[in-house]
Design a protein around this ligand. Structure first.
Ligand code: AMP
Length: 490
């Protein structure tokens, strides 16, 4: 459908035209009319489908329609601590919650682009950086706010943000926020938002917990699903190398050097692992960089820019750092470690074959990861072809793996292993893992510099993945001074 047929107001048609968008994507075609009608919406869609515009365009349009007559969003009062304390400032009326700072910045960029021809203002707040500039931006008055949950609560508690005038509340990547232990924070935030509001919830997967929350927080929502989360894009060619754990670095180095891998994104389960892979590749003369939660915001932005350039290094990422990132033209996704959750596999390989391109996803499966491989095959209802063994890389490890209930798919690759508990021996697992030197923060929270405040005993299993690791590092949110993003005119 053409954008012009969606009935959006002129400033938004101009914006999409300026961006070169002609046709609305499926989620935009379905979601925009629903959101414009004022109805709540639950959308199952991944990044890359155009979902940001799907909620941003009608949200901004609504903000334009209800623009307060007497408000201003300029710093006209000065010194007022909270936007609510200065009666002449326009209140925050739309709030978009994001699990990671990268996604938050991306959404804020979208608000900028789609609202370019409006007088609306937006700001983004996230942890891991000084709050100073964020507070200054808030003081100037903001119509739409993008936030990660921990920093948002910090700023609310300090009196810098008032959510009592929120008209639209958007949860983006809701499943990811739950995985990261943000549920208690989300509950606190929802409690501060008016009950009469429009609520939009987007999630890449729809586990039961998301559905339950949607029942609590959304009112008679329309439900939209663009591509089933379990179905990787048809255009992704998948394969798996059965290889011993200790041989994986050699195999990766060899593949990257000998094959024509143009823009390669490697997933490592742990941050330490990601660093080790980068070190190893560099030793072999391969340009490589890591992106994960222990890297500074400046470093992460720089590495991302390099990866998007014409001559990209191999990018080695942890799941949280890469989730939600809008990177096109990834030629190869490598699962250096197989993820513990099969949904994560689908998200990972969805980094390639975007925007109609072809993509290749290669997984390295060690003996004790066979159970994960079978879980992936069960979820995707597809067997993943096993690559012919490369001389010198013959698997010798005993085959084991996490217990998997149910049958393996018919015609599945011969990767069977005995059932049995798999020891969580990585430092970044969602549950049960013990992280050292991070104040007990989960890998995910460390990645965002956020402050998940998990309530005591709040260890409800999420989508069968076991309890979420409690996390908390009150100091981390505000210690480091990083690049900031001031309020921008939309
Ligand atoms: P998203 O899923 O929102 O992260 O969007 C993924 C990418 O698709 C972004 O780079 C958008 O700029 C782009 N995009 C969104 N909608 C359209 C559209 N209708 N036509 C072309 N590109 C689009």
């Amino acid at each position: 459908m053409k954008f012009s047929e969606l009935g959006l107001a002129e400033p938004f048609l101009r914006a999409t035209e300026a961006l070169g968008y002609e046709q609305a994507t499926p989620i935009q075609t379905e979601a925009i009319p629903v959101v414009r009608s004022g109805r709540d919406l639950i959308g199952c869609a991944q990044t890359g489908t155009g979902k940001t515009a799907a909620f941003t365009l009608p949200t901004l349009e609504r903000l334009m329609n209800s623009l307060p007559r007497h408000g201003t969003n300029r710093a006209d009062g000065g010194g007022g601590k909270a936007n609510r304390k200065n009666g002449r400032l326009r209140p925050v009326r739309a709030l978009v919650l994001s699990p990671t700072r990268e996604l938050a910045v991306q959404i804020a960029d979208s608000l900028d682009r789609y609202g370019k021809f409006t007088p609306l203002k937006q700001a983004v707040v996230y942890g891991g950086v000084s709050q100073h500039h964020q507070v200054q931006a808030l003081r100037r008055g903001v119509d739409a706010l993008v936030a990660t949950p921990g920093r948002l609560l910090d700023l609310i508690n300090q009196g810098h943000i008032d959510l009592s005038k929120i008209e639209i509340l958007v949860f983006d990547e809701a499943d990811q926020m739950l995985d990261m232990g943000f549920l208690p924070d989300l509950r606190r935030i929802v409690a501060r938002v008016p009950t009469v509001r429009q609520t939009l919830m987007f999630s890449a997967t729809m586990p039961n917990q998301i559905r339950q929350l949607a029942q609590q927080w959304l009112s008679d929502p329309a439900s939209i699903q663009v591509a089933p989360a379990a179905a990787p894009a048809e255009r992704i060619t998948q394969s798996v190398h059965l290889v011993d754990k200790k041989r994986k670095p050699d195999l990766l180095s060899r593949c990257v050097q000998e094959r024509n891998w143009v823009r390669t994104l490697v997933f490592s389960r742990t941050k330490h692992g990601a660093d080790k892979i980068v070190k190893r590749l560099k030793r072999d003369g391969v340009r490589a960089a890591a992106i994960h939660g222990n890297k500074s915001q400046g470093n992460r932005s720089r590495v991302l820019q390099q990866f998007k350039s014409k001559n990209p290094p191999v990018l080695v990422a942890t799941d949280i750092a890469a989730r939600g990132l809008d990177i096109n033209n990834v030629s190869h996704v490598v699962n250096f470690d197989l993820p513990e959750s099969p949904e994560t596999y689908v998200h990972r390989i969805g980094r390639t074959a975007r925007a109609g391109a072809e993509g290749i996803a290669v997984s390295f499966c060690a003996g004790d990861e066979r159970g994960f491989l079978r879980q992936i095959e069960r979820l995707t209802k597809k067997s993943i072809p096993v690559e012919p063994t490369i001389e010198g890389f013959e698997p010798t490890e005993p085959v084991g793996g996490q217990a998997v209930r149910g049958r393996r798919p018919r015609g599945g690759s011969r990767v069977g292993g005995r059932s049995g508990g798999r020891r969580r021996d990585v430092g970044q697992g969602r549950s049960g893992s013990k992280s050292k030197g991070h104040g007990g923060k989960s890998a995910d929270s460390r990645s965002t510099g956020e402050r998940p405040r998990r309530s005591k005993g709040s260890t409800a299993p999420i989508a069968g993945r076991g309890p979420v690791k409690p996390a908390g590092d009150p100091g981390a949110a505000t210690t480091r001074r990083k690049r900031r993003r001031p309020t921008t005119k939309l």
